[in-house]
Design a protein around this ligand. Structure first.
Ligand code: NCD
Length: 305
């Protein structure tokens, strides 16, 4: 495996291996804070779109494994992009200095089509409204931590289903298992895929689901007038949570805007901060996989970027 570009690269066996390594990374951080296994390795974090969790967890992951980082995460306007440099030229440049490049870009599919021309491993940190593969891995890991097994679970995605790249990638992973997925959105932002039931209100699904996966409406991917029609469409409150099962969980990739009241944070079923914590462990495991593959950690990859 060279690149991590899409959720469809993974099968059940490779996910099992990844999660085993992720467990090891979690206990490493808890016991000793980290190690030096990626000493002298360099990761570039190149973000053409804003980020808090994805960029900082990748940087923390690299640092906890003894590696170092070229951070181009704040103000791409200070890089040569502002002089008109192409995405390809930026990657061809940064590959001279890095062992791995983590990259986020607003144009759907651009990372995927450029990566095959770059020798250094590329990890997609979000590709427009298309995919966010590493987020879906940490999401699935979080679900597995809570329920043990993925088979038999009912998951509802709520919010901007059309533009939510985390939803697209996680749907791909969940479809590897025996799961029931539903999509709750305003009509203008609905699910365009084949399977899955479509709904309009959280109340249509909340009583029945094991995982309620909330997302924000992606204002930057639509006209202001369209956004104004749907902004504030969903708001999960302690009152709504009374309708949910005792043993379900609420997830959210964050940032949240106004989809989940802060009072819901006190509910033991609110799992979004644990989800954020898992991001560190998953990304440590992914960096180890790409930069220091171990014998017992061989992956079968279905599609190669
Ligand atoms: C998401 C993203 O960037 O796609 N955030 C994240 O990476 N955790 C979700 C979003 O922006 O709404």
């Amino acid at each position: 495996m060279k690149n991590i570009l899409t959720a469809s690269q993974w099968d059940k066996k490779s996910l099992k291996n990844l999660f085993k390594m992720t467990d090891r990374m979690k206990s490493l951080v808890e016991r000793r804070g980290g190690d030096d296994s990626l000493k002298h390795k360099v990761m570039t974090a190149l973000f053409y779109e804003s980020s808090t969790r994805t960029s900082s967890s990748f940087i923390a992951a690299m640092q906890r494994l003894g590696g170092s980082v070229i951070p181009i995460t704040q103000g791409i306007e200070f890089s040569s992009v502002s002089k008109g440099e192409t995405f390809y030229d930026s990657l061809r440049t940064l590959e001279q200095y890095s062992d791995v490049i983590v990259v986020r870009h607003p144009e759907t599919g651009l990372i995927e089509s450029t990566a095959p021309h770059i020798k250094t491993p590329i990890i997609s940190a979000g590709s427009g409204s298309g995919e966010h593969p590493t987020q879906s891995l940490l999401d699935l890991y979080t679900i597995k931590q809570r329920f043990g097994s993925i088979d038999g679970l009912k998951i509802a995605f709520v919010g901007d289903i059309t533009n939510g790249r985390t939803i697209h990638s996680l749907t791909t992973l969940l479809n590897l298992y025996d799961t029931e997925i539903s999509y709750v959105s305003p009509t203008s932002l609905q699910w365009n895929g084949d399977n899955g039931d479509r709904y309009d209100k959280i109340e249509d699904v909340i009583h029945d689901v094991d995982v309620l996966y909330m997302t924000r409406i992606q204002s930057e991917r639509m006209d202001k007038s369209d956004y104004d029609k749907v902004k504030g469409y969903y708001n999960l409150t302690p009152e709504t949570m009374k309708l949910a099962k005792e043993d379900m969980i609420v997830m959210h990739p964050f940032p949240r805007v106004n989809e989940i009241d802060v009072e819901v944070d006190n509910d033991p079923r609110a799992w979004y901060f644990r989800q954020i914590e898992s991001g560190l462990f998953i990304r440590m495991a992914l960096l180890k996989l790409l930069l220091k593959p171990e014998r017992e950690f061989k992956f079968s990859i279905l599609k190669q970027g």
